[in-house]
Design a binder for this molecule. Structure first.
Ligand code: 0X9
Ligand code: ZN
Length: 316
């Protein structure tokens, strides 16, 4: 049994997921999507009600913990799993009408390292950079923009991501060079292919609700729809405690950073509603968000999540 009054290590999170799958076999399936560089198993939770099965159900993919030090992200992801499953009876529609695929800790090696050795570690733990360790899983391997033009690949390795292996944003040797990002790519392409309407990847900090693209200042064609849904979600979030989120495309409201999973989810995997959400706060504590903010963060984000879930449910 997990609580959200403190941050939990990877072992505790995995135990929680395994117990949930055992206790709720009708709606929870634990999927192993592959191993990390240090040989840890990566877990994706499928939440789905077979009793209400229909081939036309839409799906939503959520992930967290791409960056090791952003602890609020796995804390929110695990709470979301808990709320959908253990509070199913309070709002069955979210599970009955939608399939959820949630990967709460995308970068377990980095997460473990941030608990044991370096609280502010960001990358994975692949020692391919000579004296330095780690590749930024959001700025490199996810440069799977080979979808149209090879020229993109080169353009994309430029903005934001670093070419120096010692840098915290080192983009790595090539797109999908990392076990973790290759596993996520394969999982996203295999689960619910074609019916996945939303991809939400949770980071911290800054309180941003970001749309693609992160590699260019150009906006996606359907930006107005992406913005609208984000606006509705944020309105519901803000109504809880007054917390403000800034909405816009990554490049325009944050900075150019190529190789992001959100860009790939939309441009590469064809998932229309793709967002990066930067959770609390705006810098008072930054990555070291006190644990007493986990529950308020989760309660307000849940209101936003419900708006997205309801909208996604009705999409054809
Ligand atoms: O820079 C990042 O990877 C994300 N911010 S963070 O502070 N959590 O590191 C923002 C990613 C936004 N999306 C893209 N640039 N595609
Ligand atoms: Zn991040």
């Amino acid at each position: 049994k997990l609580n959200w009054t403190e941050y939990h290590d990877y072992t505790t999170i995995v135990l929680f997921l395994a117990e949930l799958a055992q206790n709720y076999p009708n709606i929870v399936t634990l999927i192993t999507i592959g191993k990390t560089h240090e040989n840890r198993e990566m877990y994706m939770v499928k939440i789905s009600n077979n009793q209400t099965a229909s081939a036309t159900k839409n799906a939503i993919i959520v992930d967290g913990g791409i960056h090791a030090r952003e602890w609020i992200s796995p804390a929110w992801n695990t709470w979301l799993i808990h709320e959908l499953v253990e509070n199913y009876a309070a709002h069955p529609q979210y599970v009955d009408n939608l399939d959820w695929f949630i990967l709460p800790v995308m970068n377990p090696d980095g997460y473990v390292y941030s608990f044991a050795d370096d609280r502010l570690w960001r990358k994975n733990r692949n020692p391919v950079n000579g004296p330095c360790v780690g590749i930024d899983l959001n700025l490199e391997p996810l440069i799977f923009f080979y979808f149209t033009f090879v020229i993109f690949l080169f353009a994309l390795t430029e903005g934001g991501a670093a070419g120096n292996g010692c840098d915290q944003t080192y983009h790595g040797p090539s797109a999908f060079s990392e076990d973790e990002s290759a596993n996520v790519r394969d999982a996203i392409l295999s689960v619910a292919n074609g019916r996945t309407k939303a991809y939400l990847t949770y980071h911290s900090y800054g309180q941003y609700w970001l749309t693609p693209w992160g590699y260019t200042a150009d906006l996606p064609e359907d930006y107005p729809q992406l913005f609208d849904l984000a606006q509705n979600a944020v309105n519901s979030l803000t109504a809880v405690y007054g917390t403000q989120y800034t909405i816009g495309s990554s490049t325009n409201v944050l900075y150019v950073a190529s190789g992001g999973s959100d860009d790939w989810a939309k441009g590469g995997a064809g998932i229309p509603y793709s967002y990066t959400v930067e959770l609390r706060d705006t810098g008072d504590f930054g990555f070291l968000l006190p644990a007493d903010q986990i529950i308020p963060n989760n309660l307000e984000m849940w209101e936003a999540m419900k708006v997205v879930a309801e909208y996604i449910t009705g999409l054809v």
